[in-house]
Ligand binder design. Structure first.
Ligand code: NDP
Ligand code: MG
Length: 375
């Protein structure tokens, strides 16, 4: 029996993971669950799964006495002796400490929290090497790449082709995209996800995060990672090997399979609940280039990845702050890219060799965005 900790159990990935785990109770036991503020859903999950460890980061006097509170509880949950697999489904840089701690304690990290790798990729690698932990991606594109690679390493890869749905504004003229509303941005054509990643998918900042994620997960250079728009979200990504052969992984847009695979890798488990793929129903599969004029966040993020140091942390921190302000109705959609660009102009050169300097860069980026908009 494998013990599982689900960090962010009340979110889109967390609740999907519990649905998957409910079909595999013979192999996995949920030992820990954590949430940020959603006490009602967390209580419901505790009633169903009876985990021995429960944490509500923003708990208050009303919080059950047996539950832990505060952000240190995420690290505690990630390092419990009874836990073998940590599913990190927290949103944002807030997930980094738990990823590092889990890897340092030798756990498998099923990583949905891509921001961990974007902010602290080199530190994540170092923690895995030091502690003996492993990272298995939950992100559908990276799960697809892992499945195509089937154990082959970076030296066999010529190119990774990451697919992007293109988001709700794929066909909009660039000036209309800049003034899109919150409601427009939350209306994703193919995936149902949390609010932050849904906005990231509309700006294509999500693809920049994924390019950086792929760089660290698979050890390939930025010149070898390409993004292509694929509106149907059926081909989850492709690997071109050095002999020119291209393998792709296909399926309906659902996170259930990537979550299951991150738990079972390299094994494959029987699961009748995974949505069935019907190629005829899927219909025509199309591919288009990215329109960089309408979606500048992708280029900004990839450039930050190439620059290295604290630049990816600055990109991520600025993006998180700008998305929060956009969702609050305080800046226009186009302001997300403007805020990121100015933060990178001001702070991309900051040092990023250790955790402290990365948090410093993260804070500087967030402050820069607030200053840009007088918020
Ligand atoms: P959600 O917003 O739906 O859920 C986030 C979860 O994290 C919730 O349980 C939330 O608790 C908790 N949380 C939020 N902020 C904090 C914090 N500061 N400290 C601790 N816990 C916190 O996000 P998603 O599930 O959509 O995404 C989670 C991660 O997975 C992101 O990194 C995203 O990029 C990635 N991902 C998501 C996909 C998807 O399909 N949704 C696909 C691929 C990757 P509460 O509910 O109490 O607020
Ligand atoms: Mg993805």
């Amino acid at each position: 029996m494998q013990g599982v900790a689900i960090l962010g159990s009340t979110g889109s990935i967390g609740t999907t993971a519990l649905r998957v785990l409910a079909r595999h109770r013979d192999r996995f036991a949920v030992r820990a669950v954590t949430a940020h503020a959603n006490a009602a859903l967390l209580a419901k999950q505790v009633g169903e799964w009876a985990p021995s460890y429960v944490a509500l980061v923003e708990g208050d006097a009303e919080t059950p006495a047996a539950w832990r509170r505060g952000s240190a509880s995420l690290v505690e949950a990630a390092t419990l002796p009874s836990v073998d697999v940590v599913l990190n489904a927290i949103v944002g840089a807030a997930g980094l400490d738990a990823t590092l701690a889990a890897l340092g304690a030798g756990k498998r990290v099923a990583l949905a929290n891509k921001e961990s790798l974007v902010v602290g990729g080199a530190l994540v690698d170092a923690a895995a090497t030091r502690g003996g932990g492993t990272v298995v991606p939950v992100d559908s594109e990276h799960s697809a790449i892992l499945q195509c690679l089937h154990g082959r390493g970076a030296s066999d890869i010529r190119r990774l082709v990451i697919t992007a749905s293109g988001g709700p504004f794929r066909e909009w003229p660039a000036d209309r995209v800049r003034s899109a509303t919150v409601q427009d941005a939350l209306n994703h054509p193919t995936w149902s996800m949390g609010r932050k990643i849904t906005v990231d998918s509309a700006t294509l900042a999500n693809k920049a995060l994924e390019v950086i994620e792929a760089h660290f997960l698979f050890g390939v250079g930025y010149d070898q990672i390409e993004v292509v728009v694929h509106p149907q979200s059926i081909v989850h990504s492709m690997v071109e090997f050095r002999d020119g052969s291209v393998l792709a992984q296909l399926g309906v847009p659902s996170m259930e399979l990537p979550i299951l695979y991150a738990l079972s890798h390299p094994e494959r488990l029987e699961d009748a609940g995974i949505p069935v793929f019907d190629p005829v129903a899927a219909g025509r599969l199309t591919f288009e280039p990215v329109r960089h004029d309408a979606f500048p966040c992708l280029g900004l993020g990839v450039a930050a990845g190439r620059a290295g140091g604290a630049a990816p942390a600055v990109f991520n921190g600025a993006n998180e702050q700008a998305v929060a302000l956009f969702l609050d109705g305080r800046i226009p959609f186009g302001g997300i890219a403007t805020g990121i660009e100015q933060a990178l102009d001001r702070h991309a050169g900051l040092a990023g060799g250790d955790l402290e300097s990365l948090w410093h860069a993260d804070a500087a980026a967030r402050r820069s965005v607030r200053e840009t908009f007088g918020c």
